[in-house]
Structure formats: C-alpha cells, structure tokens
Ligand binder design. Structure first.
Ligand code: SAH
Ligand code: SF4
Ligand code: F3S
Length: 432
C-alpha cells in the first residue's frame, strides 16, 4: 500500500510529517509514492498566512478527479489549518470527498482514524489541546544527515498577529531525559546534525532544567555532530545561552532571532515585549562573545497602522543588525487574533511596495556578507546532491549553503571547501 504526504508550513510541520510517515508505515502503508499512485494522501497543512491556506485549498480541490480515478484512495487532512476554529467543518463541506480530518494534538491517533474510516463514512477528530507531551509516534526520518527533535510544543506568547497559539495550544516542554535519549540514539545511528525545535526554544523548562542547561547537555553528547536550534524569542535570549554557545564547538553560531519590526510602536502593538534597542543589545551581546556569529530573522511589513516612518525603522534595522538573511512577510490578518480586529489595516499595494524595498535591502546585506566568504576555507556538512546543478550541497557552521563538485557521494560527511564565488546567500567552491 502506498502513501503520499503533502507538507506546508514550518520545520515543525516537516518533522510532524515524518511522524505521520512513521505512523502510516506502522499501519501497513509501506511505500511512499507519487500522489496519483497513493492509497492514502495526507495533507499536513499550515495557516500562518492566508496564502498558505489558499495553497492547501487549491491542492486539496485538485484531488477530486484523482480520487475518482483511483478506487479506494483515502484523503486525510491534518495540521494547523484543520485545527483552526471552524475550518474542519468548512473543509468537509467544501470537499465532501475528504475521508479523515485530524488536528495538531492527535496526530498519533491517525492509524485508529484510518481503522474507524472502514466503518464510518467520514471521520473528523480534533482535540482542544495535547493530552501529553510524548505522542509515541516514531518518526520515519527523511532528512538525513539532519534530524529534527521537538523540545517544546505550542506557544504562550500571543503575538497579536499570530495564530500559532490557537492552533498549537499552550506551550509544553518535553522531559530533558527523553530529549537526551532521543539525541543519543540519533547520534549513534549516524545523524550528523541535530536541530532542536520549538516555537520559542528559550522558554523551554523541565523542572529546574531550562534551555541553556538542555543545550549544554545535548552538545555534551559524545559523537561527531552539530547542534542547531530554532526559534529563539528575543525577550528570552540570555547571556547564559550565549555562554553555552561559546563553550561548545558543536553548537552552530547561527541564531535565528525574529525581530518582526524595527519600530517600537509596532513592536508594542505586536505584543513582542522588547524594544528595538533591547533587540540590538541582545545581538551585540552575542557578537561580543562570538564575533563570527551570524543572525537571521523574520520581518513583517504592513502590520495595522504601520506608517512609512515605522517601515523605515525596519529597513534601518536590517542594516544595523547586519542580518545574514531574513524571511520577509506581508502581514496577513488571521481570524481570532487581536491584530485582525485592529483599526488601520494597510492596503495591499502599500504592503507590496514596502516588501519589495525590504527584500532589496535584505538582499544587499546578504550579498555583501556572502562576498566576505570568497577566498576562505569553510567546513560543510554535505546534505544532498543537486541534480540540476550537478553539484553536492551542504551547510557550513554559520548556516550558509555551499555547492561543490565531488567524484564520490559524500552526503553525511563533513568536508572542507575553498570558496571561489558567492551568489546571494549561496557559496560555490572547490572541495579540498
Ligand atoms: N515561533 C516563531 C515563528 C512563528 S511563525 C517565532 O516566534 O518567531 C514564522 C513567522 O511567520 C513569524 O516569525 C512571523 O514573521 C510570520 N508570521 C506569523 N504570523 C503572521 C501573519 N499573520 N502575517 C504575516 N506573517 C506572519
Ligand atoms: Fe507566533 Fe509569537 Fe508564538 Fe512565534 S512567539 S509562534 S510569532 S505567538
Ligand atoms: Fe508552522 Fe504553519 Fe502551523 S508555520 S506551526 S505549520 S500554522
């Protein structure tokens, strides 16, 4: 029996799809296939912005024909959009051919829901919150040499634009013991990079163990591997964490620290609980301890009431903070969030014009920073082979992608490369 999973959204969802694959394989769907040959298609959805939802809606709709052609094909829709208030009902109304809808808190229930579907016409199962932190789902990992490890689920921050706390529930930390056990097993199995995942890893807490202590313990596991973590909330990024980063060579000196805006007025309306100055102080603290550290970020334009002056503060933050790259987004009102009800929503043309200027600024910064790598020798963890380019690719410690030719397959190996050319955030060079 074949399965096919379509994943939208963040790394958290990418890893969740590995769990879904593990569950499906346990339930007798043992081969991954093209969508048209699948016996079950699972959509793992995202609802962070309206366009994420539109994508999913479009692709689910397109399955109607496929399902008619392939007798017995099951269609299951899960993830953040399925968990969104009222969306499950809308989904089954709009797409009557959907067989199963499940939420973010009951992924592990999927095999049982498939079983139930044999007896019932349609199965919709959502839980209000996660019952326990351990879901027992064994991921079927497809990201070698990297392995994702959840450390927290959910979020308590309620940034006023964001739907995550509503669809992922309250923040819960996994036990440090279970996390370390998982990391040890992964390193033993040959994984070379461990990425700790949480909406806000810095608020991790298991009794007395907070994030710096957890990271210290993970990086102290024996073996030849790197550690990354995401995402960090600036309000909780601490000197203690910086000292752990400095102490361990295994921890990548790359910090993804979403700033969202450079304007204090907008940051306050967003409920981010830091000022521009405090944000800049945090990265100055990091760079004074680890001068080569790189910072990446997320930025939103067009938040309600954002003026040209507010926007220019975001532009100047990009220069001042010297980000090595940034994800940029146009604000998208999400039903049920505080910001969706705010006065002063910004017209789309204004946001579009602003984001174009922001992207130009970010790219300029990225390019200037990448140029500095030319001539240097860097260490890459080879991740994959790019068929189109005919080159292997890997990431260096500070997060940049590097491309190189190699006579032998070196996926999963640490290699040294002399950088000969930079293009945007990517580096090209010769394997040494
Ligand atoms: N927990 C992480 C990331 C959450 S979602 C954090 O706190 O940083 C990833 C990014 O999507 C956010 O950082 C934000 O920049 C963006 N985002 C979230 N809600 C959005 C919305 N309604 N409109 C536009 N961008 C949004
Ligand atoms: Fe959303 Fe803010 Fe939580 Fe990140 S910290 S998931 S942006 S509410
Ligand atoms: Fe991630 Fe999207 Fe959900 S960004 S947490 S999959 S809403």
């Amino acid at each position: 029996m074949n399965y096919h999973i379509v994943t939208y959204g963040c790394q958290m969802n990418v890893h969740e799809s590995e769990k879904i694959a593990g569950l499906l394989r346990g339930a007798g769907y043992t081969r991954e296939s093209a969508i048209e040959d699948a016996d079950i298609v699972v959509f793992n959805t995202c609802c962070i912005r309206e366009n994420a939802e539109n994508h999913a809606f479009g692709n689910i709709g397109a399955l109607k024909k496929l399902k008619r052609q392939r007798k017995g094909m099951l269609i299951a829709v899960g993830g953040c959009m399925a968990q969104e208030e009222g969306k499950a009902a809308l989904l089954v109304k709009k797409f009557p051919f959907i067989d199963i809808v499940f939420g973010t808190h009951n992924v592990a229930e999927l095999p049982a829901l498939i079983e139930r579907k044999r007896r019932e016409k349609k199965v919709v199962s959502l839980l209000a919150d996660r019952a326990q932190t351990e879901d027992g789902a064994q991921p079927y990992r497809t990201s070698y040499p990297n392995a994702w490890v959840n450390i927290t689920y959910g979020c308590n921050n309620f940034c006023t634009y964001c739907i995550v706390p509503y669809v992922r529930g309250r923040e819960k930390s996994r036990s440090a013991r279970n996390i370390l056990e998982e990391v040890r097993a992964l390193v033993q199995a040959g994984y070379r990079e461990i990425t700790l995942l949480g909406q806000n890893v810095n608020s991790y807490r298991d009794g007395e163990v907070r994030f710096p202590a957890l990271l210290d313990a993970v990086a102290s596991v024996e073996g030849n591997f790197r550690v990354r973590f995401m995402t960090s909330h600036p309000k909780d990024f601490s000197a203690e964490l910086v000292s752990v980063m400095k102490r361990h060579d295994k921890i990548c000196n790359l910090l993804h620290l979403p700033a969202q805006s450079g304007s204090d007025r907008i940051l306050s309306l967003m409920n981010r609980r830091y000022t521009r100055e405090q944000y800049l102080e945090k990265i100055a603290m990091l760079r004074s301890a680890i001068p080569e550290a790189e910072v990446t970020t997320d930025l939103i334009v067009g938040f309600p009431t954002e003026t040209e002056e507010d926007f220019e503060a975001t532009l100047s933050l990009v220069r001042e903070a010297d980000f090595s790259s940034a994800f940029t987004f146009i604000y998208s009102p999400r039903t049920g969030t505080k910001a969706a009800g705010m006065e002063g929503q910004i017209p789309e043309e204004v946001s579009k014009e602003r984001i174009a200027r922001l992207i130009a600024q970010v790219n300029e910064n990225t390019r200037a920073k990448s140029e500095r790598y030319v001539g240097r020798t860097i260490e890459l963890l080879c991740e994959d082979y790019d068929e189109k380019k005919g080159l292997y690719l890997g990431r260096e410690l500070l997060g940049r992608m590097g491309y190189f030719a190699s006579g032998e397959n070196c996926v999963g190996e640490f290699i040294r490369m002399r950088v000969t050319r930079a293009n945007g955030v990517s580096l090209y060079g010769e394997r040494l």
